[in-house]
Structures are given as structure tokens and as C-alpha cells.
Design a protein. Structure first.
Length: 393
């Protein structure tokens, strides 16, 4: 039987208490470190180059990262929990703790500090070995489909960059990243910046840091929050650049639907999709408008001329953006994308669609129950405010 994974969104969206669409900015990824749900492997260089004090700094950093209320382990009613493993490396690599050893914060403190109490008796530091061991830890931590919906992250703390013959760490890192594992690197540099540059070949984009920079802890935590922010299958995550998939993400997903419907039917279909709490897409600004058009162009089955419903509609004489029925419905503000001579003043034309004009699209109002066209749905990401479970086809 063919097996694949869908993402089913379940439960209430806790972030709705904190995020109000009337703020007229697109939602950011969830920021609650207490609800982080990831599988993380810390890969720590313990060669002479790191020094005992450096290892102590790493231990303190690791423990602090998970001290912000994060549920460590798996024995919790709330499924939003994080497993943390520890790998050390020098000329060889060792697993100090697999993904199932730490079941609470005390386990982390009681094991991480002793494991990183002193450096090994070697100057050799082969990151490729550490990364390969992390791969093995992830493989060993997968039992059936257990936690198949949890994203994976590696945090590397390195004091040098060496190659072990043909065993190049870049090759291992690329293999890991191609399988969906995100890599954060922290260079314990000696001041010339060379190590930071080399680790940039290992790190996922924007996740290459140094121990000398201000805000290192916050930078790592923010990277983990971003890694924990993703979209269900077949949805596109809104980000600052459509063409750069590694650009900074928002906590929003969009999905072009290429089967035509009138505006009202499109609204109902979005709201009833299995992902839950979806709605017709908002376009608060030019950047979002342009991103949605790019997503439509890129969608399978999409063809010119591009015409698609968006969430703008008139209620009681005011243009309002669609949201789930019980949520605040933000009124149109600031930027608008109206075509010349639009909107047309007509009580029967209270919905809005994008219509291609040259290389762009512009807003035109239309009827709620006429104009069967394609449309775009929007929903929130899976993140620390919204847990998603894996479901088999």
C-alpha cells in the first residue's frame, strides 16, 4: 500500500488570543518556546580547540535553550514536546544521549554538563563524523511513524573545520538538508572569521552564528521557532521572497485552488477544508499581493489569464477581509489593488477577484454568486501555537 503523510490541523488556535487580523499585518510564526515541538540533535566539538570553558559555555547555552518552559521528552498530555539528543565529536563521534534519554529538564541538566565537562585528548575535529552520527541518531529515533510530523534540527558547535579524507562535512550536510533536516551552526571562532565562513557551507540559510555575537541565544531560539513553523502538504508558506524558499517565513500558508467556483462557494470551501480555520486569502499589502500571484502562476493546472477570487468582500457598506466566521473581520486599509474605474458601485457586486492586467493582476468587484473562477485559500502555519498531527493516506 502506498503510504504518504498528510498534515491534519487539530485543536483550537491558541494564538488567536494574541494575534488579531485587525492589526493589518500578516501573522508571524508562533513564538511560544514553551510549546516548541521538534526533534533536536546537538552536535558538539569537544576537541582541544573548543577548550573546557568553551564546552561549559555550550552546556549553558543548550540548557538555557530548553529552559523556557519547553516540554522535554514524550510523556506529556500536550503533544507539543521536544526531544533533545547529544553527540560529541573529535577524531571520532559518540552519542552521549539518544532522542529518548532526556524525559524532563532535570535529565538535560544532569547529563549535559557532565558530558561536556572536559575536552578530549586530541586536536582533531572532524565535523563530518559528528553530522553522520546525528543522522544515525535521527534514524534510530524513528520507530514506525512515531513523531513523523515533527521537524528535525541539528545545532552544531564547532571550534575548527577539518576534512577527513574524502569524508567532507559539506556532503553530509547537503544530504541531511535534502531530507528536510535544518542545520544551525555556531562558530567558536578565534577572531578571523574564517570558521564562520566555512560553517556557512554547512548551515541552513540564515542559521550560521558565532559565539562572539550579541544575542546568540535568542538567534538560536528564533531559528528553532522558524524550523517549527511550516505548512500542511500542498500549501505554500508565505515568505519575504517567493523565489527564495529560505527567506524569512510568515505564519501564513496559501493554497491556489484551480477548480472554478463562485465567490461564496469558494469561501465555504476554504472554511471547510481539512486543515481547519482556513479562509479566502487576504492581501494587506503589495508584497502579499505579488506573492499570491506567484503562487497562482506556479500552481499545477493554472493558466493565463489569471483570474481568482480573494477574501475581500463588502459587508454593510464596508470592504472587509474574510476570516473564519467567529474571528474578527478586518476592514480594508492603506494599500489597495483596484483596477481603474473599480470598485463599481453596485449592491450586487460585493465580492472581489484578481484579474490579470499585463504581467500583474488587479482587483475587480464581482457578484457573490456569479463569476465562477479559481480562488486562493489561506490558513495559519503549523507552529508552537498550532499543533499538527500526521495522518496516513
Amino acid at each position: 500500500m502506498k503510504t504518504s503523510f498528510l498534515i491534519l490541523l487539530v485543536g483550537a488556535i491558541a494564538c488567536q488570543a494574541d494575534y488579531d487580523p485587525r492589526s493589518y499585518v500578516d501573522r508571524k510564526c508562533g513564538q511560544d518556546l514553551g510549546n516548541l515541538w521538534l526533534d533536536i540533535v546537538a552536535v558538539v566539538d569537544n576537541s582541544h580547540g573548543m577548550t573546557d570553558d568553551g564546552l561549559g559555555d555550550v552546556a549553558a547555552t543548550l540548557c538555557t535553550i530548553v529552559s523556557s518552559g519547553t516540554r522535554i521528552g514524550t510523556n506529556y498530555t500536550d503533544a507539543r514536546s521536544t526531544r533533545l539528543a547529544l553527540v560529541t565529536y573529535n577524531s571520532q563521534a559518540s552519542t552521549n544521549a539518544d532522542l529518548n534519554k532526556f524525559q524532563n529538564l532535570d535529565d538535560v541538566y544532569n547529563n549535559v554538563y557532565p558530558a561536556l565537562s572536559s575536552v578530549a585528548k586530541t586536536d582533531n575535529s572532524f565535523l563530518a563524523n559528528g553530522l553522520a552520527m546525528a543522522e544515525q541518531v535521527f534514524d534510530d529515533g524513528e520507530v514506525g511513524n512515531f513523531r513523523a510530523n515533527y521537524k528535525k534540527a541539528v545545532i552544531v558547535f564547532a571550534s575548527s573545520y577539518q576534512k577527513s579524507g574524502d569524508f567532507d562535512p559539506v556532503h553530509v550536510a547537503e544530504r541531511m538538508k535534502s531530507s528536510g533536516i535544518k542545520i544551525i551552526t555556531v562558530a567558536y571562532d578565534r577572531g578571523d572569521g574564517a570558521l564562520l565562513k566555512e560553517l556557512g557551507n554547512i548551515a541552513s540559510p540564515r542559521y550560521n552564528f558565532t559565539n562572539k555575537e550579541d544575542g546568540l541565544l535568542e538567534n538560536i531560539q528564533q531559528a528553532l521557532l522558524e524550523i517549527n513553523c511550516f505548512c500542511p502538504n500542498d500549501w505554500v508558506q508565505y515568505r519575504t521572497s517567493f523565489t527564495d524558499i529560505s527567506s524569512a517565513p510568515f505564519g501564513i500558508c496559501v493554497q491556489p485552488i484551480t477548480i472554478a467556483a463562485n465567490w461564496r462557494a469558494a469561501q465555504m470551501n476554504c472554511r471547510n477544508r481539512k486543515e481547519g480555520n482556513a479562509y479566502l486569502v487576504t492581501e494587506f499589502n503589495q508584497a502579499k499581493h505579488d506573492f499570491v500571484l506567484q503562487a497562482v502562476r506556479n500552481a499545477s493546472g493554472s493558466a493565463q489569464p489569471y483570474i481568482y477570487h480573494i477574501g475581500l468582500n463588502m459587508i454593510s457598506g464596508q470592504w472587509i477581509w474574510d476570516q473564519p466566521a467567529t474571528w474578527p473581520q478586518p476592514a480594508l486599509q492603506n494599500w489597495t489593488g483596484w483596477a481603474p474605474n473599480y470598485p463599481v458601485a453596485s449592491s450586487s457586486m460585493s465580492a472581489v477577484q484578481n484579474v490579470q492586467s499585463g504581467y500583474q493582476t488587479v482587483w475587480q468587484n464581482t457578484g457573490l454568486y456569479t463569476s465562477g473562477n479559481k480562488y486562493v485559500c489561506e490558513t495559519y502555519t503549523c507552529d508552537t501555537d498550532k499543533y499538527c498531527v500526521a495522518q496516513l493516506d
